[in-house]
Design a protein around this ligand. Structure first.
Ligand SMILES: [Zn+2]
Length: 101
């Protein structure tokens, strides 16, 4: 399954890093520049598991402070690497692509 479809609430502004990884922006109330984002990555659903994001694991990041640095938006580059505490997915977003660590 490599169909590039996220749950509806991910919105239409989706950056696909590859078939299995995507990024969406998050905004603080009233702000026009993103305050962070969500890293969507595929996962195997456990039988009977209830999920708001079936088939996807989602990790959130914030920019600035002790968070991540938005090096560039187009193409998207973020540092340092993204490590998902839920599933162990680990990699970098560089030049709009997902690079596994
Ligand atoms: Zn994960």
């Amino acid at each position: 399954m490599t169909e590039r479809v996220l749950p509806d609430w991910a919105g239409n502004d989706v950056l696909w890093l590859d078939d299995d990884n995507a990024f969406t922006w998050t905004y603080a109330k009233g702000e026009s520049e993103p305050s962070g984002g969500l890293h969507w990555h595929r996962k195997q659903e456990a039988p009977g598991e209830l999920s708001a994001t079936p088939g996807w694991c989602v990790g959130g990041i914030t920019f600035g402070g002790n968070g991540w640095t938005l090096e560039g938006k187009e193409p998207l580059t973020i540092s340092p690497s993204l490590l998902c505490r839920a599933c162990g997915s680990h990699g970098f977003i560089r030049d709009g692509k997902w690079v596994s660590a």
